[in-house]
Design a protein around this ligand. Structure first.
Ligand SMILES: [Zn+2]
Length: 269
């Protein structure tokens, strides 16, 4: 699933191309994951001008003067700019035509993603549900967020969007490896020094991935249809059985918090 670096990459590209533009037309090819549905969605957005595209956690916020469209890519969603000659494929769900004839396709193979038109009050409520943004909060503030009496695993804590926003399976595994903390460790057994290391490594791995326009481990593409370049830099995620880049011992793969989890049994205590 796209996480902070991937969603932020998409956000920047969308913002550059469509902020200040008006939605002239929306064609719905496949209805079901937009709110309100079908023609009501079209009526709710056509003629409105986008102030900009923002991001909170893994959610895109297409902001109007009053309210917004919230967008979540989930597993396989994408927004790709196309030209006038483009013919839709079977996974395309909507075509947005903006002023200046800028065209954007919303596509989703597995149909878990969504678009939702919200009022200003609904927007405020939706965005307040998340923990701090890891690239904006200080290392100390993030470390404090990780201080919990919980017995659940530190990996589950990192995946909890109300603790810190935007971290998913890839960057949880990567940050834990960098910090030398095993993903199965109970959150309340992680020491103050380890929390600080983990907070710093969360910021580092997200920043480095963002510079590469994210990780295309599965279906992720940006608005130009391009893959992110961070896959080659991953230390553990998706590398079960391959040598640890630090100690050369094989990376272990297990399940933690119902998610496939990768770690080095030697480097991570
Ligand atoms: Zn190792």
């Amino acid at each position: 699933m796209p996480e902070l670096p991937e969603v932020e990459t998409v956000r920047r590209q969308l913002h550059d191309r469509i902020s200040g533009k008006t939605i002239r037309e929306v064609l719905v090819f496949k209805t079901g994951r937009e709110t309100p549905l079908g023609e009501k969605f079209v009526q709710a957005v056509v003629g409105r001008k986008l102030k900009g595209v923002e991001r909170r956690a893994k959610v895109l916020v297409f902001r109007f003067d009053d309210g917004a469209i919230l967008g979540h890519l989930k597993m396989t969603g994408s927004f790709v700019f196309v030209n006038k000659k483009y013919s839709p494929t079977k996974h395309d769900r909507m075509l947005f035509v903006f002023s200046g004839d800028t065209r954007l396709i919303w596509s989703d193979v597995r149909m878990f993603g969504y678009l939702k038109v919200v009022t200003p009050d609904e927007l405020t409520a939706a965005l307040s549900a998340y923990g701090p943004e890891p690239l904006e909060a200080s290392v100390g503030a993030l470390a404090d967020r990780l201080q919990r009496k919980s017995m659940r695993s530190i990996k589950a804590t990192l995946l909890d969007q109300t603790v810190i926003a935007g971290i998913g399976n890839i960057y949880a595994d990567e940050a834990l490896h960098r910090a030398g903390v095993r993903p199965t460790r109970a959150t309340n057994k992680v020491t103050a020094d380890e929390r600080l290391r983990l907070a710093k490594d969360i910021k580092n791995v997200l920043t480095e991935s963002l510079a590469q326009k994210g990780t295309s481990a599965n279906d992720y593409i940006d608005t130009e249809g391009q893959k992110g370049g961070f896959l080659a830099f991953l230390r553990v995620y998706g590398r079960g059985g391959e040598p640890c880049r630090t100690c050369q011992r094989p990376i272990m793969k297990t399940v933690v918090a119902q998610r496939g989890t990768h770690y080095c049994a030697y480097c991570q205590k």
